[in-house]
Design a protein around this ligand. Structure first.
Ligand code: SF4
Length: 375
């Protein structure tokens, strides 16, 4: 299959691995963070750590949209869905994320709440059109990749003059999270790992382009290589990072040129800028309150803002005490460091968000059995 098979070629993977082995400096350690959960899954699924020298360590980052949503916002969604007039529309992964009290959207759906699993934001619009007597709320989550469809839904609802549709906006931003990991005293206090370079996200970068990463490459002197999700993409990105580190360069390089440009998708960026604006701060699971790291709906579209329509309160709720998701999301703990990983907490019975999502680090390590080799 075009753009798939040629990026999964085992012979080529071994050649890149041999080059990595030749080029690493045995006297130093390389700590490389893959920000995005999609990369964490590729790394686990294709056994990439087994091809790397022991002084090259891959560290998973917080780039899983379901994982980083804090318990308070999930509790908000649960409380919304429990209102008789509300139909809550959500992407599938969110339904299974447990709160501190063991509840989830799926559990309250079983108790009678009207929660609909949708595949796109336009599904929520259709549900609103079909149910004019009910209030339809779209639980919008995700990084820059899923923000344009939410903007489209809001503009579409405005054009249709829908009075029973609103969006509970939880969209978050990648570059601010990376900066926060690198500089925040709060993150350092919570626990921190040294980082020498980043594999930049694939899908997010198709929207925002490679330009936004230049700030922290320069400011924090950390190289960034944007990579696709196939195993050869990731291997090549690791080689490019090692070369930058060896040459003491800190630049933004783009391995994923078949999809990512310097400017990104300007049409999508303009659409997002028309509908959304920056929040002063937003709480992330694992990272705490991160300045200017999320979006809210602009006043011009406030009729479609569920936070305003339902006066949703700000709730700050700690994770389940047994769950190490916060430390896993900061990269300081490995999923297998969690005492209940694979025993009490499994994809069938997730205790934390990192075991729920298809992009979560715990789900990746559990699904592909990497933990068995390192246990
Ligand atoms: S194994 Fe489960 S409880 Fe432990 S950190 Fe991962 S998601 Fe949280």
């Amino acid at each position: 299959m075009k753009y798939i098979d040629e990026f999964r070629d085992g012979v080529l993977a071994k050649k890149i691995a041999a080059r990595i082995v030749r080029e690493v400096d045995p006297r130093r350690h390389y700590h490389l963070m893959e920000f995005c959960g999609g990369h964490t899954h590729a790394i686990s699924r294709y056994g990439i750590p087994d091809l790397l020298p022991s002084n090259v360590r891959m560290i998973h980052g917080p780039g899983c949209p379901v994982c980083v949503l804090p318990v308070g916002r999930i509790e908000n969604a649960i409380q919304l869905a429990q209102q008789a007039e509300v139909i809550l529309c959500s992407y599938g992964d969110m339904l299974r994320v447990p709160t501190h009290r063991g509840m989830s959207l799926l559990k309250i759906k079983a108790q009678g709440a009207d929660i609909r699993m949708i595949y796109s934001s336009t599904d929520a619009i259709k549900i609103a059109q079909q149910n004019p007597q009910r209030q339809v709320v779209f639980l919008a989550i995700g990084f820059e990749t899923t923000t344009p469809p939410s903007a489209i839904a809001i503009k579409h609802a405005q054009a249709l003059d829908l009075t029973n549709f609103s969006v509970f906006c939880n969209h978050v931003l990648t570059p601010s999270a990376i900066s926060h990991i690198l500089q925040s005293p709060e993150v350092r206090q919570l626990g921190w790992v040294p980082l020498d370079g980043f594999i930049g996200p694939a899908h997010v970068s198709t929207v925002i382009g490679s330009r936004p990463y230049e700030y922290f490459a320069e400011e924090f002197q950390k190289p960034v290589v944007i990579a696709g999700f196939e195993p050869l993409d990731v291997m090549q990105a690791i080689l490019m990072l090692i070369r930058q580190i060896n040459e003491e360069r800190a630049e933004v390089e783009n391995e994923f040129t078949r999809a990512v440009t310097y400017q990104g998708n300007l049409k999508a960026q303009h659409l997002v800028a028309e509908v959304f604006e920056l929040r002063r701060a937003f709480e992330w699971r694992g990272l705490g309150s991160v300045p200017y790291s999320a979006l809210r709906i602009k006043a011009a579209f406030s009729d479609f803002d569920a936070e305003k329509r339902f006066q949703i309160p700000a709730l700050s709720i700690a994770d389940n005490k047994a769950c190490e998701c916060g430390a896993v999301l900061r990269g300081i703990k490995h999923p297998k460091d969690c005492k209940i990983f694979g025993s009490v907490c499994t994809p069938d019975n997730p205790i934390g968000s990192c075991m729920v999502s298809s992009e979560g680090a715990c789900a990746a390590y559990y699904s592909y059995g990497r933990f068995r080799q390192t246990a």
